[in-house]
Write a new protein. Structure first.
Lengths: 359, 316
């Protein structure tokens, strides 16, 4: 992620400046620089000339100096601690026989990996894992290329106003809630939807895509495309607008036609972005639209629509088997983390930038 | 959520690198073929229609009277007798009015709360070299790759007594790490000369944030506010998870009951008796209530995107 890369660069700059300052001033290595690297490099040079400035502040002096900044970070940290890190520890219920009425987390009995054993012996779990992966795969094939194609199409529109208008239309559904998107789909493709209604009026049989388990993964993909494919265009448009226009001109002068310019100039410019998004999607294989699918779970039936996240919800919240559900959730979390790391490694091996890089 | 690609220098002009978009075809480009142009036009119109047409049907049906709907046999494609009856029925008190108000207040309070926490956090982390910013940054980023999971979060939120409280809709989802990172990237791209000169003039961090950094980041603040607002407005799952009392339901839950499950919750307006299926126009009008605020607000974001102020994106 670029935000991460930014930090890395700052740190490099900071380290370089420290080294320069200590070298010039002959100060002992490892001392902290008194100035924040955010201050101007000119001042760092001044510090280098005046050794008394290079003797860094102590930890307490730095805390005192930055106390306002620390205070500003505090509310977010409190929320993060309470709603992310404490629940992270709460995953111990996965190793317990959690009993809501028997004193909760602190007094429940530890059972080791028994819950995980129950999961792996449960055929439902494997069915759910298979469902999840098959929906992910369908989306990878049918969703992923669409924003790229749309971006190429949009980029070829010359009129600024027309392009702006189309972009506005394309981005709109991204801001709709899933409830709304699914109701829209129901009004179109449901049993009483527009298409079924029109077919019936002309003497054909109506149909109901919304409750048909055999097309569920395609339905879910279509909903995702309708909602988010337009939004996905932004990343690619940003990459396209960063292409140096002179490259196209030079290619044209060299006799490259429209298609060859796309192949030799446009696509190479998009490659890092495509690789990055592909890595993220593959790393995120075990996650497919939780809210979207939960909303349709009852209509379609869990056979086709149960994915890992809804399974955790069903077993935990609906049936109250918290330990089993937490174990399934934890298993998914750890596996996802490993997948991200693996996908990132593969990206690096292929010479792409990946999500993050080693320092 | 997966998120990426924040361009730190996005606020600055890089005229040479941009394709010249003066609305004219560059001289070296060959004239496009008739067929190519035609296909392009058809696909663009098709894409736009796929998005707009369903919404059009919803709008028209919500504005139609019972007779038009019966004649059409359901959804209406062309308006005949425009009536706002469905809307006046819904907004004259009762469940939907209350749910709409709940959603509006939740969205406003939640967005303001999220923005205050996020902007402060982003600014606190944006001064390079400040004490302890690296571990804090790491603590934030870790949560992007490893979430706590549904069950422990649920046990915590109910454990600290937030069940049936509106805070359960705000606090657990109040900060979004990606949004904080975008804000931070922009705060860092504010010209250091400005900040330095303010500091020399004796401005403290609060003064710098409120007087210099925020006014210069107005566009990104607008965009991130909209992201948060849309999140609160669209929230459905947390509401089903934590709110048991149906009188506290926000609009999305009512929308689902009305249109997906065809149920009328008790306490519905006088015009319809309990247990009756809401009329199609009323169902569509509820959809419109959920849709209008985002449809009105999102073009404003787009303006900021187009200014090139935010080169970043969220998927999922």
């Amino acid at each position: 992620m670029k935000a991460g890369a930014t930090t890395a660069r700052d740190e490099d700059a900071g380290a370089g400046a420290t080294a320069a300052a200590t070298a010039a001033a002959g100060a002992p290595a490892g001392r902290r620089l008194s100035l924040r690297p955010g201050d101007r490099p000119r001042k760092r040079a001044a510090a280098a000339v005046r050794p008394e400035l290079a003797g860094g502040p102590t930890r307490w002096q730095r805390i005192r100096r930055d106390r306002t900044l620390l205070l500003m970070v505090l509310p977010a940290m409190a929320l993060l601690l309470l709603f992310n890190y404490i629940p992270l520890l709460g995953n111990v219920v996965a190793f317990q026989d959690y009993d809501v009425y028997g004193g909760g987390m602190l007094h429940s009995q530890f059972v080791g990996f028994a819950n995980f054993q129950r999961i792996f012996e449960d055929y439902r779990f494997w069915q759910v894992l298979l469902n999840t992966l098959s929906i992910t795969f369908t989306q990878l094939i049918l969703f992923f290329p669409i924003p790229i194609l749309l971006a190429l199409l949009l980029n070829s529109v010359i009129s600024d106003r027309l392009r702006g208008f189309i972009q506005g239309v394309l981005y709109l559904p991204h801001f709709f809630s899933w409830v709304l998107v699914i109701t829209v789909f129901q009004q179109m493709f449901g049993g009483a939807g527009l298409i079924a209604q029109t077919l019936r009026q002309h003497g054909y049989n109506g149909f109901d895509l919304m409750t048909n388990p055999s097309v569920f993964k395609f339905l879910v993909t279509a909903q995702s495309v309708w909602k988010d494919a337009g939004w996905g265009v932004i990343v690619f448009l940003a990459a396209l607008s960063a292409v140096n226009g002179e490259l196209y001109e030079a290619a044209a002068v060299d006799g490259a036609n429209r298609w060859r310019r796309m192949w030799h100039v446009t696509l190479p410019a998009l490659r890092p972005v495509i690789a990055l998004l592909l890595v993220l999607r593959v790393g995120d294989s075990l996650t497919v639209g939780f809210e979207q699918i939960l909303l349709q779970r009852d209509a379609v039936g869990p056979g086709a629509s149960e994915i890992l996240d809804t399974y955790v919800w069903y077993v935990g919240i609906r049936t109250g088997d918290y330990s089993y559900a937490a174990a399934a959730g934890l298993f998914k979390g750890v596996l996802s983390l490993l997948l991200v790391l693996l996908a990132n490694k593969v990206a690096h091996m292929l010479g792409e930038q990946g999500v993050y890089s080693k320092k | 959520m997966t998120a990426t690609l924040v361009e730190p220098d996005a606020g600055r002009e890089t005229p040479l690198q941009r394709i010249d978009r003066t609305g004219k075809r560059p001289v070296w480009e060959e004239e496009p073929s008739r067929i190519g142009q035609g296909l392009k036009g058809i696909s663009l119109v098709g894409v736009c229609l796929a998005i707009v047409a369903p919404l059009w049907v919803v709008v028209v049906t919500s504005l139609s009277d019972t007779k038009t709907i019966n004649d059409a046999g359901g959804l209406v494609i062309w308006p005949k007798h425009i009536t706002f009856q469905a809307y006046t029925e819904l907004l004259s008190g009762g469940t939907v009015t209350r749910a709409t108000l709940v959603s509006i207040v939740l969205t406003l309070v939640g967005t303001v709360f999220s923005m205050i926490v996020s902007v402060l956090c982003a600014y606190g982390l944006s001064r390079p070299g400040s004490f302890g910013h690296r571990p804090v940054l790491l603590a934030l980023l870790v949560t992007m790759f490893f979430g706590a999971g549904l069950i422990p979060t649920y046990l915590l939120v109910t454990g600290i007594g937030l069940q049936d409280s509106y805070w359960s809709m705000i606090l657990p989802s109040a900060i979004n790490v990606f949004n904080i990172m975008v804000l931070r990237a922009f705060f860092m791209s504010v010209a250091p000369e400005l900040i330095d000169s303010a500091r020399i003039d004796g401005a403290g961090e609060w003064r710098i944030l409120l007087g210099i950094v925020l006014p210069l980041s107005r566009a990104v603040v607008a965009v991130i506010s909209l992201f948060y607002a849309v999140g609160y407005w669209s929230a459905w799952f947390n509401a089903t998870l934590y709110l048991q009392d149906s009188s506290k339901y926000p609009l999305q839950l009512i929308l689902r009951q009305f249109v997906l499950q065809h149920q009328l919750p008790p306490g519905m307006g006088v015009a319809m008796g309990t247990g009756q299926v809401p009329s199609l126009a009323v169902q569509m009008a509820v959809m419109m209530l959920a849709l209008i605020p985002v449809a009105v607000l999102s073009p404003f974001v787009q303006r900021h995107f187009q200014k090139g102020m935010l080169i970043g994106a969220i998927k999922g």
